[in-house]
Design a protein around this ligand. Structure first.
Ligand code: 9WN
Length: 440
C-alpha cells in the first residue's frame, strides 16, 4: 500500500473516494471508464487507469494493460474499444455489430472497434513501473514491450499518410477529444446525411445530458467516417485517395514521441537496446515542431491533410507537445505563454481549472464535452510536461486545481470550467486514477 493511504484529512477522504471509484469500475481483468456510458474497455482510458492502479493495486495495472494488448490486431493497431461479451451489444453505440471486426483478417478472437486512440500506453507502463519497480513489474514490462513496439510501428508506418514521420488520425474518435473545435474544419468536409443517423440509436444521450455531448450532426459524420474506413476492411493503404478525414494531431503525435522516449527507458530496464527508441523520439519531436507548430500563433495546431493547412482553433491540444522530453526551449516557452494567457489561465495559483478550449473564443462552450470543460487526463499530461521541463510551480498550481475539482464535485468525467461543477459520468475511472497519482 502506498504511503498516502494513511494521509490525514481531506487527502485521505479523496484517496478513498478515488480508490473506491476504481474498485467499483473494475470488471475483472480490465476497468470500464464508466458503468453507464462506457461499459467496455477503452484504449487510452486503460493507460491512464493503469497509472492509478499502480498506486493502490499494482497487479491490476499490469492486468489492465495486458488485457488491452491481448486485443491488438496483427498489424499492430490497438483498438480503441474492446467489447466485453458479457455486456449486451446494445448497451453502447456503436456496438460490436456495427464494427464487425470478426470479418476482418488479422483481428483477435474478441470483438473490437477498428480505430485507435492516442498511444499513451508506453508512457503509462513506464510511469507505473517507476512507482512499483518490483520483479513482478519488470516481468510484466518485458511481456508488454514487443506489443508496445508493434503499436508504435503500426502508427509510424501504416498511419504516416503525410509522409513526414507523423501519424494521421482517420476519425475524431482517434484523437480522444471527439468534438473538439480543432475538428470543426476537417469535419465540415465530411458528408452528413440525416438518413445515416435514422438507422441508429444513440445510447450516450440516454445517460448524459444531450447538451453536454456531441450533436446529432457530429454523430452522423462519425458514422459516415467509420463506414468509409470499414468498407475497406480498416486498411490503411490508399487512405489519401479515398478517406474523408485525415489529420495530424499534436496530442496524438506528442504521445507517440513521448512513448518512444518511455520505450527507451523500458528497453534499458529489460535489457533491450534503447538507442533506436531515443532516435525515433528525437525524429518525432522534430516532425511535430516542423509540421504542427505555428510561429504566428505561438502554439501547436492539427494539420488537415485534405487542405494541407493547419486548423485555426486554439484548443488545449496545442499545449500537449509539452510532454515531449526533447521539445526545444523555444517551443516550451511559447507553449507556456499560450497556457498562461487568458485563453487557458495556467498559474501557480489557478483561479479556474484548465479548459479544453480557448476561453476567449466565440465557440467556447462551458458545458459541451471537449469544447470547453476541464478534463483530468489533459491536466495530468500538461502537468507531466511542466515537471519534465522544470516548471514546478506551475505544475503545483495545476495539481492543486485538479485536486480541488474532485474535492468539491467528485470523480466526474469532466468539469464546468468556471464553476467546477461535475459533468458527464459521476464515477469516471481516469479521473479517479490520475487523482490517486497526483495525491501520492
Ligand atoms: C468514443 C471513454 C471514451 C474516451 C474518449 C471520450 C469518449 C467515446 C464516446 O469516451 O469517447 O470513443 O462514446 O464519446 O471522448 O476520450 O476515451 O471514456
Amino acid at each position: 500500500p502506498a504511503a498516502s493511504a494513511d494521509a490525514a484529512g481531506d487527502d485521505g477522504r479523496l484517496w478513498k473516494l478515488a480508490r473506491d471509484t476504481l474498485d467499483g469500475n473494475w470488471a475483472g481483468g480490465h476497468t470500464v471508464p464508466s458503468r453507464t456510458l462506457y461499459p467496455h474497455q477503452w484504449s487510452w482510458d486503460s493507460a491512464f487507469i493503469a497509472i492509478g492502479w499502480a498506486r493502490v493495486r499494482p497487479e491490476r495495472a499490469w492486468s489492465e494493460l495486458t488485457s488491452l494488448f491481448r486485443a491488438q490486431w496483427r498489424d499492430g493497431r490497438v483498438p480503441h474499444i474492446v467489447f466485453n461479451p458479457a455486456v449486451s451489444g446494445g448497451a453502447y453505440f456503436p456496438g460490436p455489430g456495427f464494427w464487425s471486426s470478426g470479418t476482418v483478417e488479422g483481428t483477435p478472437p474478441m470483438a473490437t472497434s477498428g480505430l485507435v486512440q492516442p498511444p499513451v500506453h508506453a508512457l503509462a507502463a513506464w510511469h507505473a513501473y517507476r512507482r512499483v519497480p518490483t520483479e513482478a513489474s519488470r516481468a510484466a514490462l518485458r511481456r508488454l514491450y514487443p506489443h508496445l513496439v508493434a503499436q508504435q510501428r503500426y502508427l509510424a508506418g501504416c498511419r504516416d499518410v503525410g509522409g513526414a514521420g507523423l501519424a494521421s488520425i482517420v476519425h475524431p474518435w482517434e484523437s480522444g477529444l471527439d468534438n473538439s473545435p480543432a475538428w470543426d474544419q476537417p469535419m465540415s468536409a465530411v458528408a452528413a446525411e440525416a438518413a445515416v443517423m435514422r438507422a441508429y440509436r444513440r445510447r450516450d444521450t440516454v445517460h448524459a445530458d444531450p447538451a453536454h455531448r456531441p450533436t446529432d450532426l457530429d454523430y452522423a459524420r462519425y458514422v459516415t467516417m467509420v463506414t468509409a474506413y470499414r468498407a475497406n476492411g480498416y486498411r490503411d493503404d490508399g487512405l489519401a485517395d479515398r478517406h474523408p478525414f485525415l489529420v495530424e494531431c499534436p496530442l496524438f503525435n506528442a504521445a507517440m514521441g513521448a512513448s518512444e522516449s518511455a520505450l527507451a527507458g523500458i528497453a534499458g530496464v529489460i535489457g533491450a537496446d534503447p538507442g533506436p527508441h531515443r532516435e525515433r523520439a528525437v525524429a518525432i519531436t522534430e516532425a511535430v515542431v516542423a509540421r504542427l507548430y505555428d510561429p504566428g500563433s505561438g502554439t501547436f495546431h492539427p494539420r488537415d491533410l485534405r487542405t494541407g493547412r493547419l486548423t485555426p482553433a486554439r484548443t488545449v491540444l496545442g499545449l500537449t507537445p509539452l510532454i515531449l522530453p526533447d521539445l526545444p526551449a523555444r517551443q516550451v516557452e511559447a507553449v507556456l505563454a499560450e497556457a498562461s494567457s487568458a485563453r487557458f489561465g495556467l498559474a501557480a495559483r489557478m483561479a479556474r481549472p484548465l479548459p479544453s478550449h480557448d476561453r476567449t473564443a466565440g465557440d467556447f462552450e462551458p458545458l459541451r464535452y471537449w469544447r470547453g470543460p476541464s478534463w483530468t487526463n489533459i491536466s495530468w499530461l500538461v502537468r507531466r510536461g511542466l515537471l519534465r521541463h522544470g516548471h514546478d510551480r506551475l505544475a503545483a498550481g495545476l495539481r492543486t486545481s485538479m485536486i480541488d475539482l474532485v474535492s468539491a464535485a467528485g470523480c466526474h468525467e469532466y468539469f464546468h470550467p468556471d464553476t467546477g461543477a461535475g459533468l458527464g459520468s459521476p464515477a469516471f475511472s481516469w479521473t479517479a486514477a490520475l487523482l490517486l497519482d497526483v495525491l501520492a
